[in-house]
Design a binder for this molecule. Structure first.
Ligand code: AKG
Ligand code: FE2
Length: 217
């Protein structure tokens, strides 16, 4: 038998418990609302455009960022913080669209964190070559609330480590529509994104977006 020249089937969905206690891999969870999600993302980033922020040590990030919700995550030469205002527009961050909030609450619920009520959504835009180094999300006040992370567009290699920077790292492929949740014992696990490979997504082009929902304040 000859093999088909091209693999036409999408990869099998990842198992939900792949990353361990306090985590959930929700393969394709955002697809049910993508028709509303993508236009809402477009509207938000028209109001608060993507920008490459500078880290406290003076490096310009390869990931371009924006935010919506009551609070937005920002970095500049003075440090990392959550702010009610977009420093580029000097206006409040755009309101978090209902479809964003419902997606995040639904995913958290599915992962065993009922009642998640995010007040911040960091929006990351990766182009081929962009990466996010291993880090913990720890600028939030309340670590009892999980992180909900939605992948859109080009696929990426998500790096998921342990509570110590030197712990072993799992590498998983996240694709358009996948949602990852980590909280409870996993809330402070190190994570990051490997340099994005070249490619073009059928709907979104040569780019990956990530929505990271948090209870920040
Ligand atoms: O892009 C991702 O999937 C991860 C983003 C992230 O870890 C962050 O914004 O803190
Ligand atoms: Fe993060």
């Amino acid at each position: 038998m000859t093999q088909p020249l091209f693999q036409t089937q999408p990869p099998a969905p990842l198992p939900k418990n792949l990353l361990g206690p306090g985590t959930a891999v929700l393969a394709g969870f955002a697809l049910a609302v993508e028709d509303e999600l993508l236009p809402a993302l477009q509207r938000v980033t028209e109001q608060s455009p993507f920008r490459n922020m500078v880290t406290p040590s003076g490096f310009r990030m390869s990931v371009a960022m924006s935010n919506c919700g009551e609070l937005g995550w920002v970095t500049d030469r003075t440090g990392y913080r959550y702010d009610h205002f977009d420093p580029e527009t000097n206006r409040p961050w755009p309101e978090m669209p209902a479809v964003f909030k419902e997606l995040a609450t639904g995913a958290a619920n599915e992962a065993g964190f009922p009642g998640f009520n995010p007040d911040a959504c960091l929006i990351n835009r990766y182009e081929p070559g962009s990466k996010l180094s291993l880090h913990q999300d720890k600028d939030e006040r309340d670590y009892t609330q999980p992180i909900v992370s939605v992948s859109l567009g080009l696929s990426a290699t998500f790096l998921f480590g342990g509570l110590k920077r030197t712990d072993p790292i799992q590498r998983i492929q996240v694709i358009h529509g996948d949602v990852l949740v980590w909280g409870g014992p996993a809330r402070l696990r190190y994570h990051g994104i490997a340099p994005l490979r070249d490619g073009t997504h059928v709907q979104l082009g040569p780019v990956r977006y990530n929505l990271t929902f948090r209870k920040a304040g």
